[in-house]
Design a binder for this molecule. Structure first.
Ligand SMILES: N[C@@H](CCC(=O)N[C@@H](CS)C(=O)NCC(=O)O)C(=O)O
Length: 206
């Protein structure tokens, strides 16, 4: 059975959990990272030298980097559906998956960490404001992209929706002002209809 190490409130772990649920892949999850530790033990580092979550054991492989795990599982079990067969369509999905890790999350993480995981008296107001402004700006790029299609890589859910779907739940749940991004909101509402998204992503922020 697929084994996932990672606390369930990690955005990167959620990507894998949501994918497993969409594909009906049975899994065992072990709490690791954050308050659960484990990630600095020699045994864990032997699996994942980064000491980060998620780490996944499946098919005799040890995988890490959440987007790579999502790509592996969808290519294995969902070619032509969650994993687009068409290289051009797949490139669009890949692009927004990479964009989540390299542009959106770096822009957003200070806002999230300060408002959700930092006591009031220790919050960095300048970092909050900068992160709020920057994440609002870059989400406008995704909103513009979504004005042409129901999902990130066309008119059905693909792996391309998974990383930003996990991230956008956080953006929509924070007590902040949000620009009126109509296409982004409609896409988010579509995700919220999905039982697997409800189960793995739509949780109180911690
Ligand atoms: N690029 C990696 C990033 C992994 C990562 O930063 N994971 C965070 C949780 S979202 C982590 O392990 N933080 C340390 C911890 O939880 O102890 C991926 O996509 O898997």
């Amino acid at each position: 059975m697929l084994k996932i190490w990672g606390r369930s409130n990690s955005v990167n772990v959620e990507k894998v959990l949501w994918t497993c649920e969409e594909l009906c892949i049975p899994y065992e999850r072990v709490d690791a990272g954050g308050q659960f530790g484990i990630v600095n033990t020699p045994q864990y580092r032997a699996l994942n030298p980064n000491g980060l979550v998620p780490t996944v054991e499946v098919d005799g492989l040890v995988l890490w980097e959440s987007n790579s795990v999502v790509r592996y599982l969808t290519a294995r079990d969902s070619a032509g559906e969650l994993w687009p067969q068409d290289p051009a369509e797949r490139a669009v999905a890949d692009r927004w998956m990479d964009w989540m890790n390299t542009v959106y999350w770096p822009a957003f993480k200070d806002l999230f960490w300060n408002l959700v995981r930092t006591p009031l008296e220790r919050r960095d107001q300048a970092a909050i404001e900068h992160s709020h402004a920057r994440s609002s700006e870059v989400l406008g790029y995704l909103d513009a992209h979504l004005s042409d299609s129901d999902y990130i890589a066309g008119n059905q859910l693909t792996m391309g929706d998974i990383p930003m779907g996990c991230a956008v739940w956080r953006w929509m749940s924070l007590p902040i002002e949000r620009p009126q991004y109509a296409a982004l909101k409609s896409w988010f509402n579509r995700l919220c209809q999905r039982p697997c998204y409800q189960k793995t992503v739509m949780k109180p922020l911690t």
